[in-house]
Design a protein around this ligand. Structure first.
Ligand SMILES: C[S@@+](CC[C@H](N)C(=O)[O-])C[C@H]1O[C@@H](n2cnc3c(N)ncnc32)[C@H](O)[C@@H]1O
Length: 265
């Protein structure tokens, strides 16, 4: 998979962005419907932990902060977006791409630390919103901010969305069982009460997928490729991470990313 400034593009990128828009659009409609309750802030909060360059490498698809801003504006939702991005080069192009979206703030730095200052304080009315994690490979450090958010009372209505490569994550778990790449129901449920998993995208060796976490028991299944992790299909998908084959670690580099098989789809 070609990579530039920490961003990879593969056959699944288009599908990923399409799913992201569907999920954001669904959330936008839900937020619009429920925002009237007075005990909840009428400002939607959106956190993008891995902002990227604002546009994909092939310059065809807009990046997640742009797509999120479009959906929030289309739904006339009062909002604040906070985007962290580590790469200086990506921050420059991202700021250009986001120039017309005044309610979005781009912070250069590590998502483990820089987004914490952008959360509502405990005395604030709870807010609806989304935290999106889209590391280029398997999530590990991203769980630190997600855990922090899940412990803030004012953030209990803020949902979580994680995009990641299932195959690379499985290999990372096998090679480095103590490094926190684990994806299992118990760990997820410490963060949010209910989770959905997307079936793995068939294109590409990385098997890109999404995890969507919420505390709302009536949360609608966003797309028909998503399954509750309590369902038979959901359990089967989650089990993929926990059942290790011996040859799974063969192609893994230090960071838990696939190395030799990159680009093969
Ligand atoms: C897959 S790309 C994100 C793509 C973006 N979500 C989009 O839709 O265009 C991953 C991005 O995360 C950034 N990144 C990696 N680790 C990070 C960290 N700890 N904090 C902030 N950004 C990070 C990389 O520089 C890269 O731009």
């Amino acid at each position: 998979m070609p990579k530039k400034n920490g961003v990879g593009n593969s056959a699944s990128t288009f599908q990923k962005q399409e799913d992201f828009v569907k999920i954001m659009s669904m959330l936008g409609k839900i937020w619009k419907g429920v925002i009237k309750h007075s005990f909840i802030s009428n400002t939607i909060l959106y956190y993008d932990m891995n902002g990227g360059p604002g546009i994909t490498l092939d310059y065809i698809v807009a990046g997640s902060p742009v797509l999120a801003a479009i959906v929030l504006n289309e739904n006339n939702l009062d909002h604040r977006g906070y985007v962290s991005e580590m790469s200086e080069k990506n921050v420059i192009t991202l700021r250009q791409a986001m120039m017309t979206y005044n309610d979005f703030y781009i912070v250069q730095g590590d998502n483990k630390t820089v987004l914490k200052n952008c959360l509502p304080d405990m005395m604030h009315k709870p807010s609806y919103g989304l935290v999106y994690a889209d590391p280029n490979g398997s999530p590990r450090d991203e769980f630190q901010f997600l855990e922090y958010v899940s412990n803030q009372k004012s953030c209990r209505y803020i949902d979580f969305l994680i995009s990641f490569g299932a195959a690379g994550t499985k290999r990372a778990i096998g090679a480095h069982p103590d490094r926190g790449h684990q994806i299992d129901a118990r760990k997820l449920k410490r963060l949010k009460d209910f989770w959905f998993i997307r079936e793995f995208m068939t294109k590409g060796v990385n098997k890109w997928c999404f995890l969507l976490g919420t505390n709302w028991d009536k949360f609608p299944i966003p797309i028909n490729t998503f399954y509750s992790i309590g369902s038979d299909k959901g359990k089967e998908l989650i089990d993929f991470f926990n059942i290790q084959r011996q040859d799974d670690n063969e192609y893994l580099n230090e960071s838990g990313q696939i190395s030799l098989l990159d680009g093969v789809s």
